[in-house]
Design a protein around this ligand. Structure first.
Ligand code: IDP
Ligand code: MG
Length: 139
């Protein structure tokens, strides 16, 4: 058993609705240790680059507009099996399919405005962490 880190975001919809604190509480109650956290407003360039893997998808433009409309909370967090456990706690991308008690079931309002982001693999977790945090900010 070893500790793993993942990168998470509380998306603009959930921050604007005043749900950041409740989501951070869920994160801590589920055994994650917060390694780094900051609130920031993504630029258009950051949004396009962060979601570059989706640039050919029909929802890309709307997704970048959404993610840059207002501040997000960016987090790095640690526990055993953190990547899979955070994706489980977030719930399905479409809140209509998200399990009871998950972040997206509780706080998402659509497949786009779905409250949270989580890395999907160790490589993306490392890349996404580096995208927003310097090594000295990981505590
Ligand atoms: P994930 O966030 O559950 O990993 P991805 O497929 O990586 O889901 O999609 C990234 C983000 O793009 C989603 O969280 C959501 O905000 C948005 N998105 C995904 N699919 C759709 C869609 O069909 N319509 C609109 N937005 C979408
Ligand atoms: Mg994804």
């Amino acid at each position: 058993m070893s500790l793993e880190r993942t990168y998470a975001m509380i998306k603009p919809d959930a921050v604007a609705a005043g749900n950041s604190g409740k989501i951070i509480d869920l994160i801590e109650k589920n055994g994650f240790r917060i390694v780094a956290m900051k609130k920031l407003h993504m630029t258009q360039q950051q949004g396009e680059s962060f979601y570059g893997v989706h640039k050919e998808r029909p929802f890309f433009k709307g997704l970048v507009t959404f993610m840059t409309e207002a501040p997000i909370v960016a987090l790095v967090m640690e526990r055993e099996d953190a990547i899979a456990k955070w994706r489980e706690l977030m719930g399905a991308t479409n809140p209509a399919n998200a399990a009871e008690g998950t972040v997206r079931k509780l706080y998402a309002t659509s497949i786009e405005r779905n409250a949270a982001h989580g890395s999907d693999a160790p490589e993306t977790a490392a890349d996404e962490t580096r995208f927003f945090f310097s090594a000295s900010e990981l505590l």
